[in-house]
Write a protein of this length. Structure first.
Ligand code: EPZ
Length: 420
């Protein structure tokens, strides 16, 4: 098993570039099923989740391959309507292929996506919306069989602004004879990126980035070329690392408006964040200090994915802090590992209380999910002594070459083998 070894205490200096967004490329690869033609997607991050998505396309009979940071897909030939269990289990967000598969073939078979480390992550909102749109479901053991004759024009009012459900409805409706409106749609930048990709194929979708998305189905979608938006959570991760360790870094290929809710909190703590056209600069010299309550919520509010990441910054800042996790029901598991490093945090239900100014000490800790793993990396960077992180495979799902990038900034980080 691979792990990370970190010798903490170094300040971070220099410049890093953020790749295209993991949470954009996954739905966009699903969208590439729709046009029976070529799709060329640039700035794709080399991550295990993206490899899984490419494997799903190949399993469906499509042509899909990498060329440096570009992924080429030709979806002319499709020979399956089934998402293999092994890939459903590896990547919960494989459910995002359901909409495009149904649209393309009229039927789909998926294994029920298991919950994961951060919560049960049901797909009831996807299923309810799809039923309203005319999809028929039947269950057999641990598989969901779906069929679609003709999409029904509908207004779908989402109970929760679910990112995945919003994307799946867009993918199911883009190529159809129906008019579909999504109310309480997710507003994340990745939704806008998906709309732009689909419209680049010839779809007629508007409103992404707002709570109301209108999809005027079209009969034909054609080839397209697209460059992904930057990965905003990767940018947040590097910004929080600099804030926690001290130093002065520039983060290239970053849109400040995508991460302003998190940058606002870092500036309240005393970090200096400057916005440039396609980058930000984060400086932190003195010990951070303050007190705040941070509540996670759908975009544009504070992102749930940044909750574990900023927690590692709060551990070493002067003051008392409260984190309230409103999106996922089990997203504090990383805290037990931070406590092993000397953090003073208690949590119950949706709320975590952090008594800052802890001097973190290196320890052997385990990542249990992607962003919780990122939190442990940041804690290790600012801790005294050596930290060894197992469960590195979780971190590889969302960060390309994290050890190399942090080393470029002056951190002492290396990938190691860890006994299973
Ligand atoms: C996307 O997950 C992201 N993943 C997540 O990022 C992100 O944390 C999340 O959106 C929220 O921003 C990808 O885009 C691949 P949701 P998704 O549907 O679509 C509940 C990362 O670290 N819900 O908005 O699964 C759900 O259980 C990952 O990169 C239902 O109850 O998120 C959760 O509590 C982690 N029923 C809440 O809604 C449903 O049918 C938000 O889920 C669907 C969701």
């Amino acid at each position: 098993m691979k792990g990370l070894k970190i010798n903490g205490g170094n300040k971070l200096f220099g410049s890093v570039r953020v790749t295209g967004a993991k949470n954009s490329v996954l739905p966009i690869l699903a969208a590439a099923v729709l046009n029976s033609d070529n799709s060329i997607i640039y700035d794709c991050p080399h991550l295990s989740d993206v490899e899984n998505a490419v494997q799903i396309l190949e399993h469906l009979g499509l042509t899909a391959f990498w060329n440096d940071d570009m992924i080429y897909v030709n979806s002319k030939n499709i020979s399956s309507n089934t998402i293999p269990d092994c890939l459903m289990r590896k990547m919960r967000s494989s459910v995002i292929f359901l909409g495009s598969l149904l649209s393309r073939t009229g039927s789909a078979v998926i294994g029920m996506p298991g919950g994961c480390e951060i919560g049960s992550r049901p797909i009831d909102l996807h299923i309810k919306a799809f039923k309203d749109l005319g999809v028929k479901f039947s269950e057999n053991g641990n598989h969901l069989f779906c069929t679609l004759d003709k999409l029904k024009s509908s207004v779908i009012n989402l109970e929760f602004a679910s990112v995945g459900a919003t994307e799946n409805i867009m993918l199911l409706s883009a190529k159809s004879d129906a008019e579909v409106v999504i109310l309480n749609a997710a507003r994340e930048p990745e939704i806008i990126d998906l709309q732009n990709f689909l419209n680049g194929m010839g779809a007629n979708i508007s409103g992404a980035g707002t709570a109301i998305i209108k999809i005027h189905g079209v009969n034909t979608l054609s080839s397209t070329v697209h460059t992904l938006i930057p990965d905003r959570i990767t940018a947040v991760t590097y910004a929080c690392a600099a804030a926690a360790c001290g130093g002065d870094i520039s983060i290239e290929n970053t849109k400040y408006n995508h991460i302003s809710a998190v940058m606002d909190e870092l500036m309240k703590l005393g970090a200096e964040v400057r916005e440039f056209k396609n980058s930000i600069r984060v400086k932190s010299s003195e010990r951070l200090s303050g007190s705040c309550v941070i509540q996670t919520a759908p975009y544009p509010d504070f992102p749930t994915d940044a909750q574990p990441i900023i927690c590692s910054v709060l551990c070493t800042a002067e003051g008392r802090f409260c984190l309230i996790e409103n999106v996922f029901e089990n997203r504090f598991k990383y805290i037990d590992e931070l406590v092993k490093m000397g953090a003073d945090i208690t949590y119950s239900g949706k709320t975590a209380i952090i008594n800052g100014a802890s001097k973190l000490c290196g320890n052997e800790v385990t990542a249990k999910d992607l962003r919780g793993g990122a939190a442990l990396v940041i804690a290790g960077l600012s801790a005294e002594g050596e930290t060894r992180i197992s469960g590195y495979e979780y971190i590889l799902r969302g960060y390309e070459n994290l050890a190399g990038t942090l080393s470029q900034l002056g951190a002492e980080v290396e990938e190691i083998g860890i006994d299973a």
